[in-house]
Write a protein that binds this ligand. Structure first.
Ligand code: BG6
Length: 488
């Protein structure tokens, strides 16, 4: 056994980090358009306007005071506005992906390109036409689009008017959005992902809620997101029974720090809270008992409708997709040394090396994740994000020798191969993150690069946007042409 012949090799991007053209073609504003740049030490911020008209910056994850709304500050740099400008470079970029031999290309649709305010009656034709052109370009090269419907995407107007996902109305607005894109791209897109890293939706910029710290608001908003995801699956299958619609979770692998049973108990709690809940609902179609018990402990009752149980049950996904960058250690020790990771600081693992941004590197963890998920849910899997955020240097001759990136990816592909060949996991595809350089979601930096293709742009939006092939470009080309056999 080896990788199947039709294995989907590719790469992944997201509109708010890659597309730019933030007002072109009548696009409306998304919350992500109001997030400033930042760096490893300075958190990204949003400018809010208080009810009395006063303006001030708050950190992205902070609660937004009642009556306040996010606004664009003319004197501030916002990385999503131009990003790496896929909007004006899509032909060139897709040609580069085709040159690497991509079988699939993961991208997201900007919700506000289709419904500029989120609650509009009719979709925006300019936006629909843009993605028509993108998908046609992919098909020209035999590349299968893999489309995320919402990648950290919340129309600003929905956040301001309805408090985003807190309102059940947003479920209907999302359904309208899904209907518009499912009907329009019925014959152009087969693989869909509902919500990117659904387990990381938690604040104003992703859920549209003002009090990210409020348990009741969080839970009600997430319930609406899960319900909307289930509705999307049902609707998608009605529009085209051939659609394959998957979930997407940030899949950090957790280890207990010691064999102390208390560490394992803590591990179970973290795993359930952080990821299992999201898999369980979307794969099994109901809220698990541990979640119901947790809500009871908080004296919180979800507001639901009678038909919801059937929707959740009938709207389970066709496949599981996930991101995997690093593992993390869980400990009951208060004084344990902390380290970084994908949006989650955890305890340092002495057995693992870390990236320049302090994310532990753990290829074996990927094999463990694949096995755990396949054993538990028996659904086909797709790894839709993986990769190394690193500083790249352009040599005098224009080359970029990113051997560190090749090394990271090679080691992960080796483990992925073992999961397929030795463990029998059903894996549909692999799309490493940021295949063409794009803005970092966590820090807002450009210098934290993941791509096979370098884009000339700096942290403050200065650059020619010229594309350059890195050493990893040629390496990945050979990985794909050998269907994962030649990893040297
Ligand atoms: C995931 C997201 O969390 O990780 C991406 O889905 C993000 O949007 C990626 O870019 C890498 O994280 P970062 O913070 O390095 O951009």
């Amino acid at each position: 056994m080896s990788f199947p012949k039709n294995f989907l090799w590719g790469g992944a991007t997201a509109a708010n980090q890659y597309e730019g053209g933030y007002l072109d073609g009548n696009k409306g504003l998304a919350c992500s358009d109001t997030i400033t740049d930042g760096d490893a030490k300075t958190p990204r911020r949003i400018m809010i306007e208080l009810a009395n008209g006063e303006r001030k910056f708050i950190s992205r994850f902070e609660d937004v005071p009642a009556g306040a709304k996010a606004v664009i500050d003319e004197n501030t740099y916002y990385p999503s506005h131009v990003a790496t400008d896929f909007y004006h470079h899509y032909q060139e970029d897709i040609a580069l992906l085709a040159e690497m031999g991509f079988k699939t290309f993961r991208m997201s649709i900007n919700w506000t390109r289709i419904f500029p305010n989120g609650d509009d009656k009719e979709p925006n034709e300019d936006g629909l036409a843009f993605y028509d052109a993108v998908f046609d370009e992919c098909h020209k090269y035999g590349i299968e689009p893999l489309v995320t419907i919402a990648h950290f995407d919340m129309p600003l107007n929905l956040a301001i008017k309805y408090e985003g996902w807190l309102s059940r109305k947003t479920v209907t607005f999302f359904e309208n959005y899904c209907r518009a894109i499912f009907e329009r791209y019925r014959d152009k897109v087969k693989y869909w992902l509902t919500f990117n890293e659904i387990n990381f939706l938690r604040d104003y910029s992703t859920l549209g809620i003002t009090e990210a710290s409020n348990y009741a608001k969080q839970q009600q908003a997430i319930y609406h997101v899960l319900l909307a995801g289930a509705k999307a699956v049902i609707l998608g299958h009605q529009i085209n029974p051939e659609f394959k619609i998957g979930l997407m979770v940030a899949n950090i692998l957790f280890y207990p720090e010691t064999c102390n049973p208390q560490d394992s108990l803590k591990l179970q709690e973290v795993e359930r809270n952080f990821k299992d809940f999201y898999y369980d609902v979307q794969c099994r179609g109901f809220y698990p008992e541990y979640k119901l018990a947790e809500m009871k402990r908080h004296d919180f009752k979800l507001v639901t409708k009678t038909e919801d149980a059937v929707i959740l049950k009938e709207g389970t996904v066709d496949f599981i997709s996930f991101s995997y960058y690093n593992s993390a250690v869980v400990s009951t020790r208060e004084d344990a040394t902390k380290t970084g990771g994908n949006q989650l600081a955890a305890v340092k693992n002495p057995y693992l090396e870390e990236s320049e941004w302090g994310w532990p590197i753990d290829p074996t963890g990927l094999r463990l994740c694949l096995n755990r998920l396949y054993d538990k849910y028996r659904l086909p899997l797709m790894i839709v994000e993986n990769g190394l955020g690193a500083l790249d240097k352009i040599e005098e001759d224009g080359s970029i020798n990113d051997d560190y990136r090749i090394d990271y990816l090679r080691k992960h592909i080796v483990e992925m191969k073992k999961a397929v060949e030795e463990d029998g996991v059903e894996l549909l595809g692999y799309t490493p993150w940021g295949c063409i350089d794009l803005v970092s979601a966590g820090t807002g930096e450009m210098k934290k690069r993941y791509g096979f293709v370098y884009v000339n742009m700096d942290d403050k939006g200065n650059g020619t946007l010229k594309r350059l092939r890195k050493k990893s470009f040629y390496w990945y080309q050979q990985v794909i042409s050998s269907n994962g056999e030649n990893l040297d």
